[in-house]
Design a protein around this ligand. Structure first.
Ligand code: HEM
Length: 410
């Protein structure tokens, strides 16, 4: 069985596809002709004994998969790309300890606990510190005159926001940053990071966070770690669980927001009318459009728990289903002129933060706050920022990443 609409051997998990031609034209083709289509992987994929997956490309179908966890389970690993084999600890399948890979009711319990750290009040409480941090980052870049926007500007705020939120001491933040970079970059040969290094970094980060949790349990402070691990009962996280939660945050909150900011800047600089509009009016709708446009997380996957049907296609129990947010976010059934970057777009029901099910992005408000604060700071202090070269993309089929964006700061 193969997808009749695509050439033999075509596979969306090939990171090289995403280097130059986004959004992929194949998504438009599938949405029109075969919206739920089998993509063979004749050599299988590590950790699975199947030989392919269903590619789900329409907005409505991505939402359906996301919101029906009893049929489309996250439990067998949600990421299409993985380094499962390399993360081994005490013979535990560590992927199962990551909340993204949990199903209800286990997921519900963990989610209810960690949500306490992400209340609107908790996010508002970060706003002044992050605004000040954004202004400092941008002032530093201005002094340099020109440079790489990714390292000078986009990287810093997301990491500081997570570190601030969970209460990671200042002196440990560079370490956390380094580990989280290595965990996701292993598909890019230029970065010379192997899967083993990625997995090793993940283990070091987990150990670090477990120690932090143990410290706070022994000696509680006024921070989220203390709140989440306060007591050893159903209403709090064990040190182990906390370790894996920090792992999820380091990837889910750091790389994603950084890439939204880098893509947002690139979109503004290649759409000068939108940059002028932003500087003048600062529309509240801009952050959502940046996330739709960038779609920093391009896909996740689920596994069918029973025989079912989706978009008129029969799916068998045990088969994997790839949900492609990058396709859904360009679905013309939902978005007028999806190819246009329009920061006043409203409504904007994009799926950049997920398809609305139990795993819907926990950090959406924080991410939008960061995007708003950093672009406000740039508009205030670097209004004449200019592109000085084409972006260099991260080699990945999962993250839509920019690893270098040369600019002059004006
Ligand atoms: C889950 C995207 C920022 C924390 C997710 C999911 C997506 C996503 C697509 C999976 C949704 C699903 O499976 O239905 C993004 C994007 C971001 C961003 C595009 C930035 C623009 C953040 C931030 C944080 C965060 C800043 C926290 C500091 C999480 C967590 C989950 C998650 C913890 C797992 C939730 C669960 O399994 O219940 N995010 N995210 N994300 N995100 Fe985000």
């Amino acid at each position: 069985m193969s997808c009749p609409a695509l050439p033999e051997g075509f596979d969306f998990t090939d990171p090289d596809l995403y280097q130059h031609r986004l959004p992929l034209p194949e998504f438009a083709l599938l949405r029109r002709t075969a919206p739920v289509c089998w993509i063979p992987q004749p050599h299988g994929i590590a950790g699975f004994d199947d030989d392919g997956y269903w590619a789900v490309t329409r907005h409505a179908d991505v939402k359906e998969v996301s919101t029906r966890p009893e049929i489309f389970s996250a439990n067998l690993n949600t990421a299409i790309i993985r380094f499962n084999e390399h993360i081994q600890r005490d013979q535990i399948d560590v992927q199962k300890l990551i909340m993204l890979n949990m199903d209800p009711p286990e997921h519900t319990r963990v989610r209810q606990i960690v949500q306490r750290g992400f209340t609107p009040r908790a996010i508002r409480a970060l706003e002044d510190a992050l605004r000040e941090r954004a202004a400092r980052i941008v002032a530093g870049a201005r002094e340099d005159g020109s440079g790489d926007f990714v390292t000078d500007v986009a990287c810093e705020l997301p990491l500081q926001a997570i570190a601030e939120l969970i209460g990671i001491p200042q002196q440990d933040r560079a370490k956390i940053f380094d580990w989280s970079n290595k965990m996701v970059a292993y598909d890019d040969p230029e970065l010379a990071i192997t899967e083993e290094i990625g997995a090793q970094s993940a283990m070091e980060l987990i150990s670090y966070a477990m120690n932090l949790a143990a410290d706070r349990k022994a000696c509680p402070a006024q921070d989220i770690v203390s709140k989440l691990v306060a007591a050893e009962d159903e209403g709090s996280l064990g040190s182990d669980e906390f370790g894996f939660f920090v792992l999820v945050l380091a990837v889910a909150g750091n790389e994603t927001t950084r890439n939204a900011i880098s893509h947002g800047m690139h979109a503004f600089l290649t759409h000068p009318d939108q940059w002028e509009l932003f500087k003048r009016e600062r529309p509240a709708t801009a952050a959502e459009e940046i996330v739709r446009w960038a779609t920093p997380v391009m896909s996740f996957q689920r596994t069918a728990t029973q025989d079912t049907e989706l978009g008129g296609q029969r799916i068998e129990a045990g088969q994997r289903v790839g949900i492609f947010y990058s396709s859904a976010n360009h679905d013309p059934e939902v978005f007028d002129h999806p190819e246009v970057f329009d920061i006043t777009r409203a409504p904007n029901p994009h799926l950049g933060f997920g398809g609305g099910g139990p795993h819907f992005c926990l950090g959406k408000s924080l991410a939008e706050l960061e995007i708003r604060l950093i672009f406000n700071a740039i508009a205030d202090a670097l209004p004449d920022i200019r592109l000085a070269g084409d972006p260099r993309r991260l080699r990945s089929a999962w993250l839509n990443g920019i690893k270098e964006l040369r600019v002059t700061y004006g």
